[in-house]
Design a protein around this ligand. Structure first.
Ligand SMILES: Nc1ncnc2c1ncn2[C@@H]1O[C@H](COP(=O)(O)OP(=O)(O)OP(=O)(O)O)[C@@H](O)[C@H]1O
Ligand SMILES: [Mg+2]
Length: 246
């Protein structure tokens, strides 16, 4: 454990080192002049810079096609920036080798815009699947599943298949699957996209609670009304750029 307290007689170099360590601990995500151009010269994001600190809850807001999903994909290295630097927990993703990507993704839970649930597996199996690729013991898997399904009030549906669940329930399964690996960062892409107001509020409350317990949360949404209801930081993307940071 680093001692971050500064004594009076400390040399400047050592102070700089400590400052760097402090920055490493607090900065979770950094974008430095990031541009993303898809094929055929289609600019999705242009010269975007921002940082997100440990424990923050940040909305990424903007109209359809603004580049919200693209921004999230750059964080879990599903897409590469055309220019600029993306850092996650002080690691420049450009230098991350292919075999290191699973390690990055263990730190990040992703709730996809289209859920991406396995249709031929039950609710419980969908969540357990996220743990199968880790070295969690069967006993710990059972315990984690029980905890997360109880927390999200899904236990009574654990043997149901995705087609037997409502949109809100499927969204919660997607949340359970992202959370079961205890990520440092949770990326939620339009998690309330197809839900009514009551179910949307329930999902937001879960995300706020997860954030309260210490996870850094980024939520992409085009729903400005919902953003205005919750008093959290907002990055608004317009014309491929960050228009406002509030
Ligand atoms: N793989 C791709 N190849 C080419 N263009 C893409 C690709 N993915 C996204 N785009 C384009 O980049 C732009 C940004 O897309 P993105 O999915 O990031 O928007 P979004 O803000 O998430 O939109 P929505 O609110 O509809 O989910 C869009 O114009 C889209 O058509
Ligand atoms: Mg999107």
């Amino acid at each position: 454990m680093y001692n971050l307290f500064i004594s009076q007689a400390e040399p400047v170099d050592s102070l700089v080192d400590r400052f760097t360590i402090l920055i490493m601990i607090t900065l979770m995500i950094t974008f430095e002049n990031v541009t993303k151009v898809y094929q055929k010269d289609w600019v999705a994001l242009q010269d975007i810079s921002f940082f997100i600190e440990k424990g923050e809850f940040v909305f990424i807001n903007g109209p359809t096609g603004a580049g919200k999903s693209t921004l999230l994909k750059l964080i879990y290295k599903e897409e590469e920036p055309t220019k600029g630097t993306v850092k996650v927990m002080d690691q420049n993703l450009r230098f991350l080798k292919k075999k290191q990507i699973p390690h990055l993704r263990r730190k990040i839970g992703v709730i996809f815009q289209d859920f991406k649930l396995l249709q031929d597996r039950t609710l419980e199996e969908n969540v357990a699947f996220a743990l199968e690729v880790t070295d969690t013991s069967p006993r710990d898997i059972r315990k984690k599943l029980m905890d997360i399904l109880t927390y999200l009030r899904l236990s009574h549906k654990k043997f149901s298949f995705p087609y037997q669940l409502s949109g809100g329930e499927q969204q919660k399964v997607a949340i359970a699957r992202a959370l079961v690996r205890d990520p440092y960062i949770l990326l939620a892409d339009e998690p309330t996209g197809n839900l009514d107001e009551k179910s949307s509020q329930e999902i937001i409350d879960v995300l706020l609670d997860i954030n309260y317990k210490g996870t850094t949360v980024l939520m992409a949404t085009h729903n400005l009304k919902l953003v205005q209801k919750v008093n959290k930081k907002v990055l608004i993307i317009e014309n491929n750029k960050i228009a406002t940071e509030a």
